[in-house]
Design a protein around this ligand. Structure first.
Ligand code: ADP
Ligand code: MG
Length: 293
């Protein structure tokens, strides 16, 4: 009877928009007590837009957007898309990039119109010996407190502008998190983004525990750390960066709207990209397994 009930549960899951890799997945779903959520594209829409450009002294917005936009056109990151789209809208066709390099979770670098242009997070630019003017650091902190992400554009040894990008929390996220809590799960927000922005988003949706500024290669270690504390961990994510953490988690859930890498690594896919599906999965697993015994 056990396998049959699990098969029925899996079929019921499909009706709920849950693609379950195999019947045995429901067994691990039932035991979950902690649910780790990626921020961008999972709790938020992941469709970012350029909200503001804060220029360093003497810089020209048009020039900044032209060069940064051309560089970011070579990247698929949601931040990059926001910058490239805004640039194309304001200035038309983007210049070509040579020697492009993507540094996951940090930023991008490439040659545009003969200049080596860099765009990325503040700490990465600092590591590369670039100094961010204090007025721009203040603008960054102000924007981050409202949940925005700030990246900096630089060329010829000088930081030229802060680019402020904004994302929107999904309409269903707060309700999903309330459902997780009602099921007795502890939600945790895990992101490569800055702490202030992560905390803003967490507060908006009702998450108390935040792990921010985690490099893509370190997301797995955070899952292992929680498991080491005895937690049974589900991880929900959408990005290429999330794939290893999804595989490490006791239950990996991918957003159906996410990347192929995340879907391939997951045990379960939320077809519609609706976080409430994760609560449906847990309820389904508990119900299915309580009828077997
Ligand atoms: P998340 O966990 O939100 O998906 P990532 O790990 O992909 O974030 O990126 C972390 C940070 O690295 C971003 O918030 C940004 O500051 C920087 N970054 C990553 N890719 C880019 C890019 N293409 N352009 C500028 N900055 C980037
Ligand atoms: Mg993401």
């Amino acid at each position: 009877a056990t396998p049959t009930a699990l098969m029925v549960g899996t079929g019921r899951g499909a009706q709920l928009g849950l693609l379950i890799r195999g019947p045995e997945v429901l067994e691990s779903t039932r035991r979950i007590d902690t649910i780790v959520l990626d921020k961008t594209g999972t709790v938020t829409e992941g469709r970012m837009r350029l909200a503001d450009v804060v220029l360093a002294d003497g810089e020209d917005r048009k020039e900044v957007l032209r060069l940064a936009g051309a560089l970011e056109h070579a990247s698929e990151h949601p931040i990059a898309r926001a910058i490239a789209d805004a640039s194309a809208e304001e200035h038309g066709p983007l210049a070509l990039v040579a020697d492009f390099a993507n540094h996951a979770g940090r930023g991008v670098v490439g040659t545009v119109e003969g200049r080596e242009v860099i765009a990325g997070r503040a700490s990465w630019l600092s590591e590369r010996g670039l100094e961010i003017p204090s007025a721009m650091v203040r603008a960054q902190q102000k924007a981050e407190r409202t949940g925005c992400t700030v990246v900096f554009a630089a060329w010829e040894e000088k930081v030229r502008a802060a680019l402020v990008v904004a994302d929107t929390v999904k309409a269903t996220s707060a309700e999903a998190i309330a459902q997780f809590k009602a099921l007795g799960l502890t939600p945790v927000l895990l992101t490569g983004d800055n702490t202030a922005a992560a905390q803003h988003v967490a507060a908006e949706v009702g998450i108390e525990q935040v792990i921010a500024e985690v490099h893509p290669e370190d997301k797995v270690a955070e899952i292992k750390r929680l498991q080491g504390e005895g937690k049974v961990v589900a991880m929900v994510g959408d990005g290429v960066n999330d794939a290893a953490a999804l595989a490490q988690a006791d239950l990996g859930l991918a957003m159906g709207t996410g990347t192929d890498a995340a879907i391939a690594a997951a045990d379960l896919t939320l077809v519609k990209g609706d976080l409430r599906g994760a609560a449906d999965a847990i309820r389904l697993a508990r119900k299915t397994l309580s009828t077997i015994k």
